[in-house]
Design a protein around this ligand. Structure first.
Ligand code: ZN
Length: 346
């Protein structure tokens, strides 16, 4: 593919697809508030047209295709914007391809303006975790699932007793904005009226990447119809135990969620955990798996099988061969079931 062909092919990418690569959610048709920082757009002026591949802002009068969008959004010249876009979309065969939609970035409905996600606030997360040491109740819950104290310590699992009090301390140290941006308050919270995202007594699982905490997830214990797992507000979910990918292990297990990841560790494996259906490894993580044996241990139910098939295909697009592990026992639906059966925990 020559230079001109590359430009033409890149300019066939939809605004929505380019938005995903930038962590923005942009529509394939219709009008939203201008996504560019230097245009404080009060009324929606940014439109996409031409089947979603052209865009124009009637407020700041900028217009173009995929490369122009990257150039404007990242403040790069055309050649650098093209290079950036190419690096995100070229596959092993040299073809240009956009990753499937993933839950990155978020859409701020109040402003109907796409917002890029800030980098994780390691300092605020560390200060949070430091103030929530695990309690006997948390340890016994995990023990009942076959997770030993050694693993709990290795993964720095915490437990929060009084969220409101803890977050007040952090607000004193870092200010409300920073604590809210870290995702520890609900999206609608304000300095006057704030609601923590996690419940009291929850177990808190830090996601640690290169010795820094990049995300937190909590397992709540209240009897409620709401999900038992709580995530940070307006932050993309990350891969649990992601560093395993860059580690020495020759074989990597891909499983589902925190508990199965810890279960895999208990079983002597080297796992990473995907959170939810939409969670995906990023392109760096995908390509790092090329020289590893990859074994998929997503849940052994209809949904898990479907996801496993999809994941196998996505991995292949990155040149990664993988193997779908068969159900390890006739009654195990997930890795934690298997671990408890092995340890004879009822
Ligand atoms: Zn504009």
């Amino acid at each position: 593919m020559d230079c001109k062909q590359q430009t033409d092919t890149l300019n066939e990418l939809t605004v929505g697809a380019v938005g995903r690569l930038l962590g923005l959610r942009l529509p394939s048709s219709g009008t939203i508030c201008c996504p560019f920082d230097d245009h404080q757009d009060k009324r929606p002026s940014f439109s996409t047209f031409g089947g979603g591949i052209r865009w124009k802002c009637f407020g700041c009068n900028r217009t173009g295709g995929a490369i122009d969008f990257v150039s404007t959004f990242l403040d790069l010249d055309f050649a650098s914007a093209k290079k950036w876009l190419l690096s995100k979309t070229i596959n092993l065969e040299g073809a240009i391809q956009v990753p499937r939609p993933v839950q990155h970035g978020y859409f701020n409905h109040n402003q109907t303006k796409a917002v890029a996600e800030s980098t994780p606030d390691h300092e605020v997360f560390a200060a949070y975790l430091m103030r929530c040491p695990i309690l006997p109740s948390g340890l016994s819950y995990l023990a009942a699932r076959g997770i030993t104290k050694t693993t709990v310590e290795m993964f720095s699992v915490g437990q929060v007793t009084s969220n409101r009090q803890l977050l007040n301390q952090l607000v004193c140290l870092y200010g409300f904005e920073r604590v809210a941006t870290a995702g520890l308050y609900t999206a609608t919270s304000t300095g006057q009226r704030s609601i923590p995202v996690f419940n009291d007594n929850s177990l808190v699982f830090p996601f640690i990447e290169k010795n820094k905490i990049t995300y937190l997830q909590a397992r709540i214990f209240e009897r409620t119809k709401a999900p038992k797992w709580r995530n940070l507000a307006r932050r993309s979910r990350r891969i649990y135990n992601a560093d395993a990918i860059d580690g020495k292990a020759a074989k990597i297990i891909i499983c589902e969620g925190v508990i199965d990841t810890l279960s895999a560790v208990e079983l002597g494996l080297t796992p990473v955990g995907l959170l939810g259906v939409s969670a995906q490894l990023n392109s760096h993580q995908m390509t790092s798996l090329r020289n590893k044996l990859v074994c998929i241990m997503l849940d052994w139910d209809a949904a898990g099988e479907g996801r496993a098939t999809e994941l196998k295909q996505t991995l292949l697009q990155y040149g990664v061969a993988s193997h779908r592990q068969e159900r390890p026992s006739s009654t195990a639906n997930d890795l934690n079931d298997f671990l408890r059966q092995k340890r004879e925990i009822q």
